[in-house]
Design a protein around this ligand. Sequence first.
Ligand SMILES: [Zn+2]
Length: 78
Amino acid sequence: MSLLRLLFIAGIIWLLYRLIKKLTFKRNPDIRKTLETTHMARCTYCDTYIIRQDACFREDNYFCSPEHYEKHKQKDSE
Ligand SMILES: [Zn+2]
């Protein structure tokens, strides 16, 4: 009987844990979206996400490095 009670309590704790996790998860996509839109940029050449502050912004495009800007320019002119 005591084992069943223990399992019952464990089940309640598990359900509560799931509920808390679900509630905190609900807010996460918004945070990620905000992070992506405000702090992250995608390199036009290699599709790598970089911090916007560190990215190189040339001709309306973001690049992870000046080298990739040069490569992108070469790709375009071909
Ligand atoms: Zn790149």
